[in-house]
Write a protein that binds this ligand. Sequence first.
Ligand code: PHE
Ligand code: ZN
Ligand code: ZN
Ligand code: ZN
Length: 296
Amino acid sequence: AAGAVGAIVYNNVPGPVNGTLGDPAAGKIPTGGITQADGQALAAKPGASVTLDLRAFQEARTSYNVIAETKTGRKDNVVMLGSHLDSVTEGPGINDNGSGSAALLETALQLGSKPKANNAVRFGWWSAEEFGLVGSTYYVNSLTFEQQLDIALYYNYDMIASPNTGYFAYDGDNSDGVGAGAGPYGSGELEKTLVDYLQNGKGVPVEGTDFTGRSDYGQFIAVGIPAGGLFTGAEGVKTAAQAAKWGGSANVPYDKCYHQKCDNLGNIDRVALDRNSDAVAWALGVYATSTENING
Ligand code: PHE
Ligand code: ZN
Ligand code: ZN
Ligand code: ZN
């Protein structure tokens, strides 16, 4: 809550901007004065002109994750898949992350008509990822230690149909030797299952991408749950070598509409969405049947 007195409430202020206060106070401090977020009165008289850091006027809101789980299968060996459902305020968020959310939804619908699997399957559509992984972090922390142990693995799907597609799987075994790699709990096996399917099954070469902490796997890894996932690139730029093997344009971002208004229905590579959605379903099928290869 901003604690603003005088009905000045700015919603959805995008970020670190300093702005001059406009309507409804026309740049002047209202009669009631202004109470700051820390509860202090603003040390300026009503009627004075003022410049405010509008971040202080963001509204506190409650957001909701959507969790769905099969009724059948082992509840103590859950296969979990997640995608964030929210977007930034600047754009509609179709590639980021309608793509991952839709892949999970279709996978859940298809799974629903199949005979029961050995392990329970749980889907998480996360809220407020763009505000700092809020929904997924809350979810993991809301579980007891036992409930965390019951999750055998977590697959994350955030941006899986970027128009200038890169085919990346989170580098669980740090095989490229670049960056921090997975830390102790990324999983080479989870990576391998996706890579095998796309590379050997579909002939699509896959590169590793580091666990940078930029998506919802963060808290799963932090509590020791093996994680993996797919990613087709955001603001990063495709190299000439990548364009040669994947097609698309070198020296252009994987998603030139990342976090922008143009992240609309035109901002999807449907071939990538199709291939990656198949990989989502395949990996789910593998681990819903057995998690032996990750449990040793
Ligand atoms: N999580 C980022 C976002 O939603 C996208 C991203 C995913 C970036 C994975 C890097 C790696 O904006
Ligand atoms: Zn985003
Ligand atoms: Zn995202
Ligand atoms: Zn790897």
